[in-house]
Design a protein around this ligand. Structure first.
Ligand SMILES: [Mn+2]
Length: 288
């Protein structure tokens, strides 16, 4: 456990004390996805706080829960990751209807579709009916990636990586110049890709809304692109529950059937102002 983890878990114990049983925030339904447990990117301590401070009749795990792709390359698993899994199992045991819709990073679980274990139902996709009678398609969303899938990762380029790319660009072009080749801007190329990433997000959202429309449903609930969102697309309600790497967000349905996004801040620090879900960091220096 790193000092940072230690700090978070101590903070968590204090929060748990504050969120004694009757203070649990109750929702009819909670959707979370893209936890990426098994990677250092997963904000497991905050996720655990969220899970322990909330309760729901139904909890949907909308894919990319355990990152099998990353775990194959590099094992990262600590006590907090264990606690997250145990907390979910305990919820299932205590009567929460837990439904796991696998994503592309936990596609190994897809062989268990339609099976139940430890009280958790594994389903490929399903229709959730809200308390207002709205019929919502629930699925991870990777099926709609299409050929432009890789472009989205460029949207996550941070400033540091951008700096590295600029340096690499210089080296590359001095090499090209020595060979009499014309200047070719890698950074220009990547900027174009990031613009494509923006249009990727938009086309992803439209593709999912279209799918719901074609099936005669009222809306769709998905994850995958790590961009929390609720919006109307041509009369279809598009919801994305975000992720637990950057946005620390969940989609929730209250008892009256209203859907909304909540962040870790909203639940754990409701008295603080900074409770807005951050826009996905489309590193301004890159996209500008
Ligand atoms: Mn995914």
């Amino acid at each position: 456990m790193t000092p940072a983890d230690q700090f978070l878990s101590e903070k968590m114990s204090r929060k748990l004390f504050r969120h004694s049983k009757k203070e649990l925030t109750h929702f009819r339904t909670i959707w979370i996805s893209d936890l990426h447990l098994g990677t250092t990117g997963c904000q497991a301590a905050r996720l655990l706080e969220f899970l322990q401070a909330t309760e729901s009749d139904t909890l949907y795990l909308v894919g990319d829960i355990i990152d099998g792709w990353q775990l194959k390359r590099r094992w990262y698993w600590d006590q907090v990751h264990n606690n997250v899994v145990q907390t979910v199992l305990k919820k299932a045991k205590k009567g929460t209807n837990v439904i796991f819709v696998p994503g592309n990073h936990d596609e190994a679980v897809r062989q268990f579709i339609d099976l139940d274990f430890g009280g958790i139902k594994v389903r490929d996709e399903l229709v959730h009916v809200t308390a207002q009678g709205k019929r919502m398609l629930v699925l991870h969303g990777d099926r709609f990636d299409g050929v432009i899938a890789c472009a989205k990762w460029l949207a996550y380029l941070g400033d540091n990586l951008y700096t590295v790319i600029l340096k690499f660009n210089q080296v590359l072009n001095s090499w090209r110049a020595r060979r009499g080749l014309p200047y070719w801007s890698l950074s220009q190329y990547l900027k174009l890709k990031v613009k494509n990433a923006v249009s990727y997000i938009s086309s992803f959202e439209h593709a999912l809304a279209d799918e719901a429309r074609q099936r005669g449903l009222d809306g769709v609930i998905c994850g995958h692109i790590h961009k929390p969102e609720i919006r109307q697309i041509d009369g279809i309600t598009y919801c994305n529950d975000g992720d637990w790497v950057e946005s620390l967000s969940a989609l929730v349905e209250d008892v009256s059937g209203e859907l909304r996004l909540v962040s870790w801040h909203d639940i754990m620090l409701p008295d603080r102002i900074s409770n807005t879900i951050p826009e996905m960091a489309l590193a301004s220096s890159v996209s500008a």
